[in-house]
Design a protein around this ligand. Structure first.
Ligand code: SF4
Length: 182
């Protein structure tokens, strides 16, 4: 006797009286998934941050090391540094921001896709650092809104990774609709 000769197993209705919608395709596949839209959108946003390729000074070397093989920022979904701000939703301000570069930073930020986030990496980007003089902007938050500040001179790659993880936590707490920031 082959398996085809066996009598068909009676199908038990899931709902009393038999609901054709639920009873028709008992394949084991659920067919639908229930999820919180906020969590789903925020999870996809926080797990695939695309930073724009942008470095200003010595901190940028640590940023490059963070994305290379040893520290592997790809483990957190943020290793895909984009050459165009239009393809990026994260900017890591790595280094001191001179007055001359301030309008450039602002223009790059304005060209990035919404929603977008900013990490100020290092003392110089956060508050001017040791450069308390007329040539250096005393914190890039004077030019663009900053989400996470990473302290250090320079911060180690582990610190930048910690900053990315803190940003991910912040994104997970946001709503689906984030109004554009000025
Ligand atoms: S924080 Fe230190 S390492 Fe980073 S740009 Fe400033 S001086 Fe250089």
């Amino acid at each position: 006797m082959s398996i085809e000769d066996l009598p068909a197993k009676p199908r038990l209705p899931i709902h009393p009286g038999g609901d054709p919608l639920f009873d028709a395709g008992k394949t084991g596949a659920p067919g639908f998934v229930l999820a919180n839209l906020n969590r789903l959108v925020n999870w996809s946003r926080s797990s695939a941050l695309w930073p724009v390729t942008f470095g200003l000074a010595c901190c940028a070397i640590e940023m490059m090391a963070t994305s290379a093989a040893r520290y592997d920022l790809g483990r957190f979904g943020a290793e895909l540094f984009r050459p165009s701000p239009r393809q990026a939703d994260l900017i890591i301000v790595a280094g001191r921001l001179s007055q001359k570069m301030a309008p450039v930073l602002r223009q790059i930020y304005d060209q990035m896709a919404d929603p977008k986030w900013v990490i100020a990496m290092g003392d110089c980007a956060s508050c001017g650092g040791i450069y308390n003089n007329y040539a250096i902007v005393q914190g890039c938050d004077k030019v663009i809104p900053v989400d996470v500040y990473v302290p250090g001179c320079p911060p180690r790659p582990e610190q930048l990774i910690d900053g990315v993880m803190k940003l991910q936590k912040k994104i997970m707490a946001e709503g689906v609709y984030i109004p554009a920031r000025g």
